[in-house]
Write a protein that binds this ligand. Structure first.
Ligand code: NDP
Length: 247
């Protein structure tokens, strides 16, 4: 896989799956910019690791819910590197509760952070990608967006929304050679999932045909494929990386 000369932006690249995506894209030769919300030190460390691979790195403190900030970040990447070829919308949160107990705030926070952010960054990426006559957008959803999950109605709605948004975006921008795809991970070991109790973890393993949680690199490799020219005829697709969980 060769991503040399590609300039990429990964939202939420300071930790977990986003960090792994950023380092994997850099490993295959891309310049990689990341955004983060709070973890400045971790984000700077990721940039250092990116640069150690002999490519360029950048970090931006940018809350993904902010519409105008998205345009600012993407303009800065284009100003510094000339183009934006790959956008990975990865930033996401959970605020789980049963619907009976879910607050309006928990609903709004998750929908805004996970779904509106994707509109913010995809819209801002469209113009530079049209100018460059091509691009690849990869949106990180979840198998929960496909199958639903008790206690995660806000999260599942946001992740299902990503699939509908991506297909619409793919249809609108295909004539401009801009592709958009979804990666839907199953249970992946990160800080987001480390608070799950043993009983739930056992249940997840039993529901996963491959019998184990995934690791962030397994998601990142699929993202790298979709970022690369090897996937040049794939758009509007959702690829599950879930050990068979939602099969
Ligand atoms: P983590 O909680 O480990 O990392 C989340 C990342 O997103 C961090 O870099 C964080 O930045 C960033 N982030 C969170 N909120 C914002 C915001 N408002 N603006 C900008 N950046 C933000 O999560 P994971 O790595 O586990 O998850 C990454 C993505 O993968 C999410 O979209 C998640 O829904 C999805 N996913 C994860 C699964 C899993 O099992 N882990 C399964 C399926 C999907 P900071 O460090 O500054 O807080």
């Amino acid at each position: 896989m060769d991503l040399k000369e590609k300039n990429c932006l990964v939202t939420g690249g300071s930790r977990g799956i986003g960090k792994s995506i950023a380092l994997t894209l850099a490993h295959f030769g891309a310049n990689v910019a990341i955004t983060y919300a709070r973890s400045e030190e971790a984000a700077n460390e990721v940039v250092k690791e990116i640069e150690e691979k002999g490519v360029k790195g950048l970090a931006f403190q940018a809350d993904a819910i902010l519409f105008e900030k998205a345009e600012e970040v993407i303009s800065e990447v284009v100003k510094q590197w000339g183009t934006l070829d790959v956008l990975v919308n990865n930033a996401g949160i959970t605020k789980d509760n049963l619907i009976l107990r879910m607050t309006e705030e928990a609903w709004d926070d998750v929908i805004t952070t996970n779904l509106k952010s994707i509109f913010n960054y995809s819209k801002a990426a469209t113009k530079p990608m049209m100018r460059a006559r091509g691009g690849s957008i990869i949106n990180i959803s979840s198998v929960v967006g496909i199958s639903g999950n008790a206690g995660q109605s806000n999260y599942a709605a946001s992740k299902a929304g990503i699939v509908g948004f991506t297909k619409s975006f793919a249809k609108e921008l295909a004539s401009r050679n801009i592709r958009a795809n979804v990666v839907a991970p199953g249970y992946i070991t990160t800080e987001m999932t480390e608070t799950l109790n043993e009983k739930l973890l056992d249940a997840i393993k039993q529901e996963t045909p491959l019998g184990r949680p995934g690791n962030p690199d397994e998601v990142a490799n699929t993202v790298a494929f979709l970022a690369s020219n090897l996937s040049s005829y794939i758009t509007g697709e959702t690829i599950r990386v879930d050990g068979g969980m939602a099969m």
